[in-house]
Design a binder for this molecule. Structure first.
Ligand code: FPP
Length: 272
C-alpha cells in the first residue's frame, strides 16, 4: 500500500512510486518552496547560451508541478523571478525570461486544469510587462476553482520588498484605527504579507549547491527546514522532489529523536 492521501499516486512513474512508498503519510509537507538555481551553469556546462538553460528550467517547472499535484502537495511555491534578477540581469536576459514566463503560462493552463492546479503569484507583479500580467491574470482566473496543488510563482519578488509592502499597509491601518504601538503583534504583520492566506513552508529547497536564501520568504521561513541539493535546476525532476521530501522526513525524525533524548535527560536530572 502506498501512503496515499492523493488518489493520483498511481500516475507517478514506477521509480517515483518506489520513493513515495517509503514516505511517512502522516508527515507529508504541506508547503514546499523552491529556489530554482543553476540554469546558467547548466547551459555553460554544455557550451550553450544561458537562455537555453532557462528554457530547460521551464520544463523542470512543468514536471515538478505535475508530480506535486500527483502526490497531493497542497502548496508549491517557486522563486521564478526576483527583484534582484529584474534589476541586475542584462535587459536581453530579463526580456527573454519574461517571454518564457508568458509562453509557459499560455502553454500550461491546460496542463494546470488537467492536474487540478490553481495558479497564483506573489511579488510586485504590477511592475512586470503588460503582456505577462495579462497572461497571469488569465491563468489565475481559469484555474481559480481548482482544488489540488496551489502553484505560487514568486515574480518580481523579494522578501524585503514584501515586508515593506506589508508595513505600508499596516501603517495606514494603524493610522486609521488609531492603534497604540504596543497593540501591534506578529499576527498583524503576518496578515499583511503576500502569503497571508498560506501556511509557512515546511521546506525550502535550493538547487545548484549554493547556501543562500537570496531574499526569499524571509518572514515565513523562521522555522523552516532548508535542504540544498547540488543538482542544477534544469536537471531537476519530479523524482528529485520526492527524494527531497524523503530527506526532509529523515531530518525531522532526527530532530524529534534529539528532542526526545533531551527531554529524557532533563527528566533523569530532575529525579536525582
Ligand atoms: C536562476 O538560474 C534561475 C532563475 C533566473 C529563476 C528561475 C527561472 C526559470 C526556471 C525559468 C522559467 C520559469 C518559469 C516559471 C517558466 P541562474 O541563471 O541564476 O543560474 P546560474 O546561477 O547557474 O547562472
Amino acid at each position: 500500500m502506498y501512503p496515499s492521501a492523493s488518489p493520483r499516486v498511481n500516475e507517478l512513474t514506477p521509480e517515483e512510486r518506489a520513493i513515495y512508498a517509503t514516505l511517512n503519510p502522516e508527515r507529508m509537507p504541506q508547503h514546499v518552496a523552491i529556489i530554482m538555481d543553476g540554469n546558467g551553469r547548466w547551459a555553460k556546462q554544455r557550451s550553450l547560451k544561458r537562455f537555453l538553460g532557462h528554457q530547460q528550467g521551464a520544463k523542470s517547472v512543468q514536471q515538478v508541478m505535475v508530480t506535486a499535484s500527483r502526490i497531493g502537495l497542497p502548496w508549491l511555491t517557486l522563486y521564478a523571478f526576483s527583484v534582484e534578477n529584474n534589476l541586475r540581469r542584462p535587459p536581453a536576459e530579463v526580456n527573454f525570461l519574461m517571454l518564457l514566463l508568458k509562453s509557459y503560462l499560455e502553454s500550461n493552463v491546460q496542463r494546470m486544469m488537467d492536474n487540478n492546479v490553481r495558479l497564483q503569484s506573489i511579488g510586485r507583479v504590477q511592475e512586470l510587462p503588460g503582456g505577462v500580467q495579462e497572461q497571469l491574470r488569465l491563468a489565475r482566473e481559469v484555474t481559480a476553482h481548482n482544488t489540488g496543488t496551489t502553484l505560487t510563482l514568486a515574480l518580481n519578488y523579494s522578501g524585503r520588498s514584501e515586508l515593506v509592502d506589508a508595513f505600508r499597509e499596516l501603517a495606514s491601518e494603524i493610522e486609521s484605527r488609531h492603534l497604540a504601538p504596543e497593540r501591534i503583534f506578529e499576527e498583524d504583520i503576518r496578515r499583511h504579507l503576500y502569503t497571508a492566506h498560506m501556511p509557512d513552508p515546511d521546506l525550502v529547497m535550493r538547487t545548484s549547491g549554493e547556501m543562500r536564501i537570496s531574499n526569499f520568504l524571509l518572514w515565513q521561513i523562521a522555522n523552516t527546514e532548508i535542504i540544498v541539493t547540488r543538482r542544477l535546476w534544469p536537471d531537476f525532476r519530479g523524482i528529485n522532489l520526492l527524494e527531497t521530501i524523503a530527506d526532509l522526513q529523515r531530518k525531522e525524525q532526527r530532530r524529534d529523536e534529539n528532542s526526545e533524548d533531551v527531554t529524557q535527560e532533563k527528566r533523569r536530572l530532575k529525579r536525582r
